[in-house]
Design a binder for this molecule. Structure first.
Ligand code: AMP
Ligand code: GLY
Length: 428
């Protein structure tokens, strides 16, 4: 079988490494992939957002199955176009991807179906938003409606910050047309948990939970990033909370999407906050998280390709989805200066014994050598029976990599370990 994976980051590398375990697949393509992914798949220089290009490649090369991993092509309708051309896909169609593509849509869906989330108001006019903010409570959270590379969220601690935030999104349009509509919502508190799930539109099977570390520096300091590291499972996500989320969030969301005629097939990512009044949805993503996939997929014991086919054909209920009991950690090595300005082209040297555990994101191949080509460059991972050992093993591997002009957080998993040891959270 010939399978193509759309995308070119660490998440796609994790998907490809897992798919390689399936023996029915004989050829794996990555579109566009990257210089590091090239060790595991044939990379084809077609941009993930070039929908016509994806379809032409798939039909000309008799692709049997496509996995569309990033949010942009999903929201642009890559799955609709590929399926229309006769290529079976893993991933939601455009109508279902709206759950990530529009925060206003997601919030209205949750309100309509009673799914717990922060209270909110929607604004399409700058004047109305500013007038509301004169008396609205602070802290508050301002979100651009559309995709904004994970950056369209402003947490405003004061009224002045909120007003400035509204202006940057709606008047200055720093996130482009994503800022034509905004959501202003209640500021929630509590530990955050990421739960990725497989769903075929009928049943929803949560994967092992995880915790992202979004800020650039240790101690959750510095700017927000795409994610500087992850651990799984998330110790705050106890069996009791998992059962509650299944009942109040996961199943109601799948049912709501079905009722709206937007049946979701693919990986639905629930970004949750465990607030003092129960778990609430912070965001939905219509895809695997990055770098969540890099800790969740290594713990998957079942065959990823079989699951993906079952999701597409609506037979997920009969398909085994089993995760190992252990824990995983992934530490991101980023280019100095990320997430603002950073240099590219620095040499990366990964010893052979470490290479199987490294997910390569922003890297290119130059004269047969790996060089940096992005902000988040490597995801260095480890799996162990216990979280503490997974964290230690991941950092040992990081230390063996030579990559000048890079940095990484030294405290990935530290908060989780502390929570697990203090009780009130599951021990891992
Ligand atoms: P999002 O892009 O929606 O994941 O938001 C980015 C980050 O902003 C989240 O991971 C949270 O840490 C924070 N955040 C989003 N919404 C809220 C909220 N209502 N209350 C508090 N923090 C929030
Ligand atoms: N790591 C967060 C995301 O993938 O959206």
């Amino acid at each position: 079988m010939k399978v193509m994976v759309v995308g070119g980051g660490g998440r796609e590398h994790a998907i490809i490494k897992k798919l390689k375990e399936n023996k029915i697949i004989d050829t794996l393509y990555a579109l566009p992939g990257n210089g590091g992914i090239a060790a595991d798949a044939q990379c084809v220089a077609i941009d993930a957002k070039d929908i016509d290009g994806l379809v032409s490649f798939a039909t000309e090369n008799s692709i049997d199955f496509a996995v569309v991993a990033p949010d942009d092509p999903l929201v642009l309708g890559a799955v609709d176009a590929l399926e229309a051309a006769g290529v079976p896909c893993f991933g939601p169609n455009r109508a279902a991807a709206m759950i990530e593509g529009s925060k206003v849509f997601a919030k209205n869906l949750m309100k309509k179906y009673g799914i717990p989330t922060a209270a909110y108001e929607v604004f399409t006019s700058l004047e109305d938003a500013l007038a509301y903010m004169e008396t609205a409570p602070v802290p508050t959270v301002i979100k651009a409606d559309g995709l904004a590379l994970g950056k369209g969220v402003i947490i405003a601690m004061t009224r002045e910050e909120a007003i400035a935030g509204i202006q940057t999104i709606m008047a200055d349009r720093v996130f482009g047309d994503s800022g034509a509509q905004i959501v202003i919502e209640e500021y929630l508190t509590g530990p955050e948990v990421s739960v990725l799930s497989f769903t075929d539109g009928n049943v929803v099977i949560p994967m092992v939970s995880s915790m992202d570390h979004k800020r650039a520096f240790d101690g959750d300091q510095g700017l927000n990033t795409g994610g500087m590291g992850t651990i799984a499972p998330n110790p705050y996500y106890t069996d009791e909370i998992a059962a509650e989320c299944m009942k109040t969030i996961f199943v109601p969301t799948i049912e709501a999407m079905k009722k709206e005629g937007r049946s979701f097939k693919g990986c639905l990512y629930f970004g949750l906050m465990l607030t003092p009044t129960g778990p609430k949805v912070i965001e939905y993503n219509c895809r695997f998280g990055d770098p969540e996939a890099q800790v969740v997929l290594p713990l998957l014991q079942s065959d990823l390709f079989e699951i993906m086919q079952a999701v597409r054909s609506g037979t997920l209920e009969q398909t085994p989805v089993v995760f190992a009991d252990g824990a995983a950690c992934c530490v991101i090595m980023a280019a100095d200066g990320y997430p603002v300005a950073y240099e590219k082209g620095h040499a990366i040297n990964i010893p052979d014994e470490v290479a199987p555990y490294v997910y390569i994101a922003g890297a290119a191949c130059k004269d047969n050598k790996l060089v940096s080509a992005g902000g988040r460059v490597l995801g260095v991972s480890a799996v162990a029976d216990h979280l503490q050992d997974a964290i230690q093993a991941a950092y040992k591997r990081v230390e063996k990599i030579r990559f000048d002009h890079s940095f990484y957080r030294k405290d990935i998993g530290a908060k989780a370990l502390k929570a697990a040891n203090e009780g009130g959270a599951r021990g891992i």
